[in-house]
Design a protein. Sequence first.
Length: 454
Amino acid sequence: MLQVLNPATEELVATVPAATPADVDAAVARAAAAQRGWAAAAPADRARLLRRFAAVVDDHVGELARLEVTEAGHTIGNARWEAGNVRDLLDFAAGGVERLNGRQIPVAGGLDVTILEPLGVVGVIAPWNFPMPIAAWATAPALAAGNAVLLKPAETTPLTALRLAELALEAGLPEGLFQVLPGTGPVAGNALVEHPGVAKIVFTGSTAVGKSIMAKCAGQVKRVTLELGGKSPNIVFADADLEAAAAATPMSFLDNSGQDCCARTRVLVQRSVYDRFLELLTPAIEEIVVGDPADERTQMGPLISRAQLDRVRSYVDGAAESAVGIRGKAPEGPGFWFPPTVLTGVAENAPCAVEEIFGPVAVVLPFEDEADAIRLANATEYGLSGSIWTRDVGRALRASRAVRAGNLSVNSHSSVRYSTPFGGYRQSGLGRELGPDALTAFTETKNVFISTEA
């Protein structure tokens, strides 16, 4: 049995049966049978059912949000947004069903066309940091493209996934088409990855686990999409609107308690404005409201688990005592709480400066000029996201081209939209999710030539 704890109170809120390899095998068989009928359905019918699924999710946004608060410790405002994002992803994917077009390619002696066909059964291994939306990133387009989906949620956050599967049936999706398999990574996750009846794995999580999954999929030449770690830069040039940049910085790494692959945890500030930026940042950090995630006023909740709390604490404890430049407030007592923390005066290659902490901790490093900023921004094995603050459009464009990351924002910290591609460079992953081409990532391209010669 999986035990689900409330991260804010450490209370047990649910126990959920953990799937075994036999459970996975049976689920694959059911999914394969359901997928054949789903793929044969008229595109308009698939789109209609997905829109109905979106409507049912919309009717249950409040319920799903409360589940997310309970199992993941997300603030209620964030949780409502996440449930609404699932609805929006389903709607967006439904709109692509009837536009999943092949091509007609001019050739001599006949007609050549391409056909986009579904892969079959897709395995989705979702993380605990954003259980609902990231699961839907893959599930919605995979279903829209005509596939069946087996979703393994994280051990700590299975409740919203299980409820979404119930809502899918309520909306009229065929039995077996979308199944949820709670379980541990080494057992249920591994069975899903190694099963020959699963055509593709979509994984979001740590780089180390992603590499292991990729290696296992290679043995079957199985397709894989990986969204992995990040250590994203937040580059503040001297000509930027410093007040705006400082005001936006806290939630760029404190949203979801810093448990975000896109968190801007490396704040790079031009040396000539470094001291002024810290003066502006200090009150912004100290005023962040950390507390009961069910309270509408709360901006940051707890970490997900005791293990994650210990991990975050180890990075701060590993820095020099003088390195803690700014520290906010957090509740004491039960719950996995860690205060908003900014480290200054650390070496640019210190573990806290180059490794993913996955908590409410950022480092602030000075740079000299544009070339130095780019050097620092790229001085990590990751390349997922980042921000550039400047009033100089030319500099913004140059820096955007030079920073090795998949998703960049200028004078903003926005990284993810369901209508635009998302993914990372280097150790941050493989492939792209979301955007106008999301459905094609779950298809095979078949080429058909028809001779017209007599």
